[in-house]
Structures are given as structure tokens and as C-alpha cells.
Design a protein around this ligand. Structure first.
Ligand SMILES: CC(C)(COP(=O)(O)OP(=O)(O)OC[C@H]1O[C@@H](n2cnc3c(N)ncnc32)[C@H](O)[C@@H]1OP(=O)(O)O)[C@@H](O)C(=O)NCCC(=O)NCCS
Length: 176
């Protein structure tokens, strides 16, 4: 039985474990995205702000996401940041739950719409074209790619918050 819960500070290691598992999968394929394990300081502020979520299968953490209105000022313009958008980050899944990422993105979209947002946005690793193809397959539009020497991310995507597929959420118990 799977469900989504807002992460508590005591969930930090579970959150980082899922991210590390997803990263190990990428590194094994030669995709050098993300550090092997994020430092707690990269996630704890979002947990403390109530913006981080974990999807559980019983007592196993199987996916993560952060959802808030804090678009990255390096990438999004002031006009864009002022708009009615929510931003998803640190989305990750463990293996064995096909389509769970779709369900989590849809949950983020529904949550965005519920809170009055119109767009769901994210920034993705700039050189990872397969990841960018994934977001296109999920109905996102490529807004532009921002190249900054000190940042690896910067491929910007958005889609209407209401563009969701309830079946994917139902499959993973995220539709309630
Ligand atoms: C992105 C993610 C949440 C999507 O979950 P999902 O909807 O259940 O989809 P899947 O895991 O089946 O992945 C779908 C496809 O995208 C590809 N993909 C996903 N993340 C990728 C990445 N970071 N780099 C390259 N390809 C990636 C998968 O290899 C798969 O390709 P395939 O269809 O050719 O097999 C999950 O794949 C994940 O945890 N990826 C690693 C972490 C990550 O990159 N997060 C996004 C940061 S912006």
C-alpha cells in the first residue's frame, strides 16, 4: 500500500537514501548527474518549510519530491518568478515502481492547482538530454536552457498544473 506524506525532519535519512539510490542507478549508466549522496543541508530547509514529500510503500521510502514557489533566481526571470507557478525539485524514485515518477509529477500538478498555481515548473540537468526527453514525454514544454558556468542545471520546463493523469496517481494511492 503506497501513500504520500509530508517529510518530517526525522525522515531526512530516508529522503536522502531514495535520492542516493536513484543517483546510483544513473551513475551505473555513466550519467554523472547529482552527487552520490546529497548533504542533509540541501534538503533539510525544505523539510523544515513543509515543502518536502516522501512516497512510502509500507515502511519503505520509494520516492521523493519537493514542491514550492521558490523558483531558482539563477534561471527564471523576475517576471516568471512573479507568476502563478510552483516548482518541483529533487524528484526521485527507487527501482521497481514503473511510472511512479509520472504519478508524483501529477500529484505535484494537482497540488499546485489546488493552491492556486497555474504552472508546474522545473529545471533539469543541462547536458542530460535523456532526462529532458523524459519531461517532454510527460507533457512539459521546454522553455529555454540557461547556461551558467557555475551551474549544471538550467534546462527549464513547464506544463499547465491541471494537465494530470489521475490513473497514474490512483495506481500509487496518490489520488486521494
Ligand atoms: C525521473 C524519475 C522520477 C521518473 O520516474 P518514472 O516516471 O517512474 O519513470 P522511469 O524511472 O521509468 O524513467 C522513464 C525514462 O526516463 C529515463 N530517465 C529518468 N531519469 C533519467 C535521468 N536522470 N537521466 C537519463 N534518463 C533518465 C529512464 O531511463 C527511462 O528511460 P526508458 O523509458 O528509455 O527506460 C526517475 O526516473 C528518477 O528517479 N530518475 C533519477 C533522478 C532524476 O533524474 N530526477 C529528476 C531530476 S530533475
Amino acid at each position: 500500500m503506497t501513500s504520500i506524506r509530508r517529510a518530517e525532519p526525522s525522515d531526512i535519512e530516508a529522503f536522502l537514501d531514495v535520492l542516493a539510490t536513484a543517483t546510483a542507478r544513473l551513475h551505473a549508466r555513466g550519467i554523472q548527474q547529482w552527487p552520490p549522496r546529497f548533504a542533509p543541508s540541501k534538503v533539510l530547509p525544505d523539510i523544515e518549510a513543509g515543502d518536502a514529500y516522501i512516497i512510502w510503500d509500507g515502511s519503505d521510502a520509494i520516492a521523493t519530491t519537493i514542491l514550492n514557489t521558490n523558483g531558482d533566481r539563477d534561471f527564471w526571470t523576475p517576471d516568471e518568478l512573479a507568476g502563478p507557478a510552483f516548482y518541483v525539485s529533487k524528484i526521485s524514485t527507487v527501482s521497481g515502481y514503473g511510472g511512479l515518477g509520472t504519478a508524483v509529477l501529477d500529484w505535484c500538478g494537482r497540488e499546485t492547482a489546488r493552491r492556486g498555481g497555474e504552472l508546474l515548473r522545473l529545471d533539469a540537468w543541462r547536458t542530460n538530454l535523456d532526462l529532458q526527453k523524459y519531461y517532454l514525454s510527460q507533457g512539459f514544454r521546454h522553455v529555454r536552457t540557461v547556461e551558467l558556468a557555475h551551474r549544471n542545471s538550467g534546462a527549464l520546463f513547464e506544463r499547465p498544473a491541471r494537465d494530470i493523469n489521475t490513473e497514474a496517481m490512483l495506481k500509487y494511492g496518490l489520488a486521494t
